[in-house]
Design a binder for this molecule. Structure first.
Ligand code: NAP
Length: 261
């Protein structure tokens, strides 16, 4: 259930949500579909986007704009479509991404290339394509999906965590550099959320929450223009606390998470 602050914040806005064919992106679109705002939804899977649309309360203001966002031109084409119909964009939620875990016995650079392309470079393309349209809004917000995996060097997350730490760093810089243009930058750092992405995990996921609950946290954070939207707090604050401990204690704690063979 969305608060009136969220409903009022998104009313009449033009919004772009990437990674909307499943998981958190889909939950965001469904939650917003009650509100009178135009939402452009992107991912590679046309069928996945159609399934998202089918679950929406009001479909008339939700527009499918599919494409492979690791392709620069796809991002530019989607933003050109938004420009043609509205002339501006109010909120870009760049959420698309994926996760793979590294086996240090099989350290492969290809995984880093794949994940940096799908998580980080895609987001940079999305920012490049959307900024000129955001500049035309009176109340623009640029929102990027990172992760609590950005807070620590987590074993097996060497590749995934690096992409999310890079995104968090990028958005901290953008928070400052975009402020003269009156564009607010926010970064999302979720703990574990139950989606297709985490359904593949073979380990315990403490404090895991539903995609619907994650969407509520995110929309509330956007409506409040929080810079870092992190949740669930009991998990995100625990990781933040560990990141402040002396290295020797951090490494001892993290070494307990490694499976001894
Ligand atoms: N679930 C968690 O616990 C968790 C925690 C922290 C952060 N996150 C982050 O949250 C975001 C969403 O994850 P999720 O859990 O909702 O996973 P998901 O259900 O697998 O959704 C990922 C979305 O990204 C899209 N996507 C991936 N690569 C793409 C590409 N090249 N072009 C266009 N779309 C692409 C996928 O669509 P197509 O496959 O149709 O293209 C899908 O819509 C990711 O950035 C993830 O890293 C998730």
């Amino acid at each position: 259930m969305l608060s009136s602050k969220v409903t009022n914040h998104f009313a009449n806005k033009v919004v772009w949500i990437t990674g909307a064919s499943s998981g958190i992106g889909r939950a965001l679109v469904i939650a917003l579909s009650d509100i009178d705002c135009h939402i452009y939804i992107s991912a590679r899977s046309q069928q996945g986007l159609q399934e998202t649309l089918d679950q929406c309360a009001d479909k008339s203001t939700i527009h499918i704009a599919n494409g492979d966002l690791s392709n620069k031109q796809a991002n530019l084409d989607i933003c050109e479509t938004i420009k043609t119909h509205h002339g501006h964009l109010d909120i870009a939620i760049l959420n698309a991404g994926t996760c793979e875990y590294l086996d240090v016995d099989n350290f492969e650079s290809e995984m880093f290339e794949r994940l940096f392309k799908s998580n980080y470079i895609s987001m940079v393309y999305g920012i490049e394509a959307s900024l000129p349209l955001l500049e035309k809004s009176n109340n623009a917000q640029l929102v990027g999906m990172s992760s609590t995996a950005a807070y620590l060097g987590l074993p097996r997350s060497e590749a995934y965590g690096s992409t999310k730490a890079a995104i968090r760093n990028l958005f901290r810089a953008l928070k400052v550099s975009l402020s003269p243009k009156h564009i607010s930058a926010s970064v999302i750092c979720p703990g574990f959320v139950k989606t297709e992405l985490t359904d593949k995990n073979d380990f315990d996921m403490p404090a895991i929450i539903s995609a619907q609950r994650a969407a509520e946290y995110i929309l509330q954070g956007i409506a409040r223009k929080q810079h870092e939207i992190h949740f669930p707090k009991r998990f995100s604050y625990s990781l933040k606390f560990i990141s402040l401990l002396p290295d020797s204690i951090q490494f001892r704690l993290l070494s307990k998470t490694i499976k001894k063979s």
